[in-house]
Design a protein around this ligand. Structure first.
Ligand SMILES: C[S@@+](CC[C@H](N)C(=O)[O-])C[C@H]1O[C@@H](n2cnc3c(N)ncnc32)[C@H](O)[C@@H]1O
Ligand SMILES: [Zn+2]
Length: 400
């Protein structure tokens, strides 16, 4: 029986791509309902920025390789991401897009055809892990795999890592922020193998937990991980990592694993590299018990040059250009800034102080000789090498 796409649809534009998607208005009866998951095929317009950034990251990556590349999007929904990559990124030889939902695969095929991409975009309809495993052999592997699922990408990590060639780029979206930000710590330990903490900088810890999980997964396959970009936007996080084959590379990546120690009494925090050694359990500043996050990634989560190159590539027509430029500007300064940030509103809450302006706080920290930059993770966050004590003194001074 011929599969029917006989449901309410509409045509939308994203980037250079005109695409047929389910008419989301037709699927919400109550204002609180989440339309994308009610529709027969998945399409979420609020993820446009996620896709815009993917276009920039992939173009940057392709330029560093300077050759034609192959791409796989194993969980594609209506096909918008893969089709946008095919149309907007120069130097793509082929893209395999796939969805387990037959209606999604059919709509993705229709979308590829109406954008004249039938010769470069190949649409499949099977389980993502099966698909990726079929491309795991040498010479069959992809240059780029974009895992953009519902919730956590962890169920697809092993097969995605295996389906990438040496030097390939992997992109991961995670939308399960409740586990990753410490609302459901057990779920996070179960899925990501690391303990989260509900700190002011939990979104950065979330990226580090995701990358930590990727690192340990890739290490099993003797593959190392180099993170070139990451961001936290709306209700998801995203990480881009280049994979390097070899036991040595894997060992070097595992050396970046460790724990984060945080004091909820005074905001002091410290990183402790290594997963096997003992750490002090008392806060060196105030003597309180330290709480632990991890094991998680303590290495860099942005590559400055990569971010600069993405920024250079952002001249193109992107729906979310303004937000992306802001994100990239912040990421460029964050690339060389200290690990974790202080959420000044959380400090003020605890000290019962008025929240000072972020810019003034940054200026004061710099005047006092510390490094200080804002962060895209939190509009009230500051990355600084100042100890919590000095930061609190500056905040108290500004609050008077
Ligand atoms: C979040 S949506 C994908 C959105 C898409 N990447 C985009 O940018 O618009 C997740 C998709 O994964 C599909 N899916 C769920 N489980 C799958 C599996 N095991 N294999 C392949 N596709 C799957 C769903 O049908 C859904 O279309
Ligand atoms: Zn303390």
């Amino acid at each position: 029986m011929e599969l029917s796409l006989d449901f309410p649809k509409e045509v939308v534009m994203e980037g250079k791509t005109s695409i047929v998607v389910p008419k989301l208005d037709a699927y919400v009866k109550e204002a609180w309902e989440y339309a994308p998951s009610k529709a027969p095929v998945f399409y979420n317009p609020t993820m446009e920025l996620n896709r815009d950034v993917a276009v920039l990251a992939l173009q940057t990556y392709q330029q560093t390789l300077n050759k034609e590349i192959s791409v796989c999007e194993p969980l594609t929904g209506c096909g918008v991401r893969g089709i946008r990559l095919a149309l907007e990124v120069q130097g793509i030889r082929k893209i395999v897009v796939n969805d387990i939902n037959p209606k999604a695969a059919k709509l993705a095929k229709l979308n590829a055809e109406r954008n004249n991409l039938a010769e470069r975009v190949f649409v499949m309809n099977e389980d993502a892990n099966l698909l990726l495993s079929r491309y795991a052999a040498p010479r069959k592997r992809f240059d780029f795999v974009d895992v953009d699922p519902f919730g956590s990408p962890v169920p697809y990590l092993d097969s995605a890592v295996r389906a990438l060639r040496d030097g390939g780029l992997l992109a991961l979206t995670a939308t399960d922020m409740a586990p990753l930000c410490g609302v459901h710590p057990r779920a996070c330990i179960r899925k990501y193998g690391g303990k989260p903490l509900r700190t002011g900088y939990c979104h950065e810890l979330a990226v580090r937990l995701l990358v930590g999980c990727l690192t340990m997964t890739a290490a099993k396959h003797e593959i190392g991980v180099e993170v070139v970009f990451s961001h936290s936007t709306d209700h998801y996080i995203r990480a881009y990592a280049v994979l390097h084959h070899g036991a040595k590379q894997a060992d070097n990546s595992v050396r970046n694993m460790g724990y984060f120690l945080h004091c909820f009494t005074c905001f002091h925090r410290e990183a402790s590299k290594g997963i096997l050694h003992q750490w002090k359990r008392k806060c060196t500043e105030c003597g309180s018990r330290l709480n632990i996050a991890g094991p998680l990634w303590l290495g860099k989560i942005f590559d400055k040059e990569f971010c600069v190159s993405m920024e250079k590539g952002a001249w193109r027509d992107l729906g979310q250009k303004k937000k992306i430029l802001k994100l990239l500007r912040l990421a460029i300064t964050e690339a060389e800034a200290p690990i974790t940030y202080y959420a000044i509103d959380k400090i003020c809450d605890k000290l019962n102080l008025r929240i000072p302006s972020l810019t003034k706080t940054v200026d004061e920290l710099r005047e006092a000789g510390f490094q200080a930059v804002p962060t895209h993770f939190n509009s009230r966050g500051i990355r600084t090498d100042a100890p919590a004590k000095n930061l609190k003194e500056i905040i108290a001074k500004l609050a008077t």
